[in-house]
Design a binder for this molecule. Structure first.
Ligand code: IMP
Ligand code: MG
Length: 183
């Protein structure tokens, strides 16, 4: 990683303005659909923090929030499919309309596991909202109700998304130069 993060980016795919528009659109959909419900937005740490922080303010009806941290073993680009709960939710889910907020849906293994787990706790409903979706990468069934945008199979960073825990604080979403992976 170079001292200037911008030097590691080959292309900006979604500008701050692009992201803002996606968040506003999805926020309006959630506002419409969850009127009169008992909305609990569940952010999956750490990738979804930027999206969650912006999305919760684009939702114009009462909502509660909670956080959960899961990890797929390994620090690389791929998900192993083995999911470990690092931090569980604080709230009892009974009676809540759960909306899981994710940064990106890839193989779907993490979310497939998580949705099954949380479903067993008797929420009133459970749905998934993801900022980015790579449908062609799916290995297990997961159907997000709200999607910021679908993207082709490329590895992206920024706005919460990391490569080896870096680049999460970029305000836009971009693609890394190949030499950054090469070391
Ligand atoms: P899945 O379980 O394969 O769907 O993986 C989802 C997780 O993999 C995300 O929450 C991210 O942490 C990570 N991930 C997948 N694709 C990307 C990407 O393009 N950039 C950064 N992280 C990614
Ligand atoms: Mg990650």
């Amino acid at each position: 990683m170079s001292s200037n993060m911008l030097n590691d980016i080959s292309e900006v795919l979604y500008s701050e303005q692009d992201l803002k528009e996606m968040v506003e659109r999805v926020g309006a959909e959630i506002t419409r659909d969850y009127e009169g419900k008992n909305l609990l937005m569940v952010s999956v740490l750490k990738g979804s923090v930027a999206f969650m922080a912006d999305l919760m303010r684009a939702v114009k009806i009462p909502a509660q929030i909670d956080f959960m941290s899961v990890s797929s073993y390994g620090a690389g680009v791929k998900t192993s499919g083995v999911v470990k709960i690092i931090k569980d939710l604080d709230l009892n889910l009974e009676g809540y309309d759960i909306l899981i907020v994710e940064d990106i849906l890839d193989s779907g293994k993490t979310l497939n596991y998580l949705m099954n787990l949380l479903s067993q706790r008797n929420p009133s409903s459970i749905e998934l909202c993801t900022l980015f979706d790579k449908p062609e990468r799916r290995e297990v069934p997961v159907y997000p109700k709200y999607v910021g945008t679908t993207i082709p199979d490329a590895f992206i960073v920024g706005y919460g998304l990391d490569y080896a825990e870096n680049y999460r604080n970029l305000p836009f979403v971009g693609v890394l130069k190949p030499e950054v992976y090469g070391g």
